[in-house]
Design a binder for this molecule. Structure first.
Ligand code: NFE
Length: 568
């Protein structure tokens, strides 16, 4: 960890997707300045030019190896929007299942495998008493929305987990666990809670795999699903056919989803509340912008007027509902600024339809350009996307189920709604959203089974791309927040393609007015106990679940003439 006087550079931040560099200045034990720099660039949008728009979804899901399905889905919605194609309800329901289950996998992986070890000291867990840990585990039933202790919290399971860990330690086989900040003064859990956390870390590997399997059954492959087509899905639905999505496969998905639902309700939620309660001050640290945006998600009719989850723009506590993806203020309000990003554009601030992005790498310059990510803004405001925005849109929009879950977690953790805007609050909001994903996946599955009794249509196949000029936008609430894709189509092929990605909204650098992006804001005033081991910084950045592979998209680093490169 390079430390230079009062400067810390963390490069790369690990346990994230992609390459992110964070720089901070520390004064009086607290962060006094901060910079977030996306360090990788790559590109797919430029490749899209001249391609058949019906193929865009298959290519754009390669933006990322994590949220592949979200780009596929957003892309296909974009082309359908541009060409005015209506999608049958069954196809929406299958797509919703993919989308909600993908979020579930992402959330489980994030909490247990990407951030848990920022809070759980596994070396301390080797000192735990499994009997005492099992007792604590029983008491965590109170933190579960279904009031049940997690089934495998037994003495034997915890004893096995401890023995496993002790054997890793004594044989010096800690591997990827070898370099954690164990024994750091900011680590505070008892050995018993650390043991519980580690046991669930191991179990979570299995549950994230189960939900990924359910996505693969529908999508034929995961990552990178194969079952989309403009106008619907290519997954034929026939309950009696071995060659289609049949009753056996549906039941298999139902079983996997049920097991994951039990894990989320019985282990994930109680763990987040227990860890959050032990690190209470982290509900007051790491605050960033109080402007939030989330679009409606989980479409429940072909006309795209009915959604399972609400969207909205929130400024402080002021709520404006986004009723549909067509709302003009939504589409008009999004811009991207490149004043501090490595581009030389005709204008620093552009609407996503007007891509004009020329890469211009000039090294890291804290007063000038220092990131490949751009700075998206909504109505010229620094705005956050992500689980907090998603949950607040439901809360302020009056969704009783969202309110019930938020109130439950807030009451158990002893926090106010406003404290979701914090390091621990981001982890809590993500867990709340996982509960919603479970519910909506179950609702979509039941609705599909019901609808299929009388309607087995799953595609309005688009045989040809019409001639003429079209443009359209697609939206998706991805695990990390609002994703939008933008396309211009001319004479049957793509003229321009653009993606404004959740992690870009939060990871972006300062804008033309010098306003920091959300990652940067979240680091300001954060206490740092040890300059050489800046665990607090990692905790804050991890709470956003960064995906920098998504956040930066470009191609042709040499910037050859005639090729426009744009990065999101
Ligand atoms: Ni690459 Fe993603 C999500 C999208 S990026 S993981 O969630 O879209 O923020």
């Amino acid at each position: 960890m390079p430390v230079n006087g009062n400067r810390i550079t963390v490069d790369p931040i690990t346990r994230i997707e992609g390459h992110l560099r964070i720089d901070v200045e520390v004064a009086g034990g607290k962060v006094s300045n901060s910079w977030s720099s996306a360090q990788a660039f790559r590109g797919i949008e430029t490749i899209m030019r001249g391609k058949d728009p019906r193929s865009a979804w298959a290519m754009t899901q390669r933006f990322c190896g994590v949220c592949t399905t979200t780009h596929a889905l957003c892309s296909i919605r974009t082309v359908e929007d541009a060409l005015g194609v209506e999608v049958p309800l069954n196809a929406h329901l299958l797509r919703n299942l993919v989308s909600t289950m993908q979020c579930l996998q992402d959330y489980i992986v994030h909490f247990y495998h990407l951030t848990a070890l920022d809070w759980v000291d596994i070396i301390s867990a080797t000192e735990a008493d499994p009997q005492a840990a099992a007792k604590i585990a029983e008491s965590l039933a109170d933190y579960s929305p279904v009031g049940q202790a997690w089934a495998t919290n037994s003495f034997n399971a915890l004893k096995n987990a401890k023995e496993r860990l002790v054997s890793f330690k004594t044989t010096k086989s800690l591997g990827i666990y070898g370099t954690g900040y164990w024994g750091h003064p900011a680590m505070r859990l008892t050995p018993e809670i650390n043991l519980l956390g580690f046991a669930h870390y191991l179990e979570a590997l299995e549950y994230q795999r189960k939900i990924a399997e359910a996505v693969a059954i529908i999508g034929s492959k995961n990552p990178h699903i194969q079952n989309l087509t403009v106008g619907g899905v290519s997954t034929a639905i026939n309950f009696d056919s071995m060659a289609a999505l049949n009753m056996e496969r549906i039941q298999w998905i139902k079983k996997l989803l049920g097991e994951v639902a039990a894990f989320v309700r019985g282990a994930y939620i109680p763990d987040v509340i227990a860890i959050g309660s032990a690190y209470k001050e982290y509900f007051n640290l790491g605050k960033c912008s109080e402007n939030y945006i989330a679009v409606p998600e989980v479409p429940m009719n072909s006309e795209l007027t009915k959604f399972g989850l609400k969207g909205g723009v929130i400024n402080g506590t002021q709520f404006r509902e986004i009723k549909t993806w067509k709302d003009a203020f939504l589409r008009d309000g999004i811009t991207e600024n490149t004043t501090h990003s490595w581009y030389k554009n005709s204008k620093d601030t552009l609407h996503p339809y007007d891509g004009d992005q020329v890469p211009s790498y000039t090294d890291w310059d804290e007063n000038g350009k220092y990131s490949w990510a751009k700075s998206p803004r909504f109505e010229n405001q620094v705005t956050q996307t992500g689980p907090i925005a998603q949950v607040l849109a439901g809360y302020y929009g009056g969704d009783p189920v969202v309110k019930k879950y938020v109130d439950f977690v807030a009451a158990k953790a002893g926090i106010q709604l406003s404290q979701l805007n914090s390091i621990m609050g981001r982890n809590a909001a993500r867990a709340i959203r996982a509960l919603l994903m479970v519910d909506h996946a179950e609702i979509c599955l039941e609705t599909l089974l019901d609808n299929c009794k009388t309607d087995q249509k799953y595609v309005n196949y688009l045989k040809e791309v019409p001639q003429g000029e079209f443009q359209g936008a697609g939206f998706n609430e991805a695990p990390r927040g609002m994703l939008s894709h933008w396309v211009k189509i001319k004479n049957g092929v793509i003229e321009n393609y653009s993606a404004v990605v959740p992690s870009t909204w939060t990871a972006g650098p300062r804008d033309d007015q010098g306003r920091q992006g959300p990652y940067e804001e979240s680091l300001m005033n954060l206490p740092v106990a040890r300059m050489e081991e800046p665990l607090e910084i990692i905790r804050s950045i991890h709470s956003f679940d960064p995906c920098i592979a998504c956040a930066v998209h470009t191609v042709d680093p040499e910037g050859k003439e005639g090729i426009n490169v744009r990065i999101r």
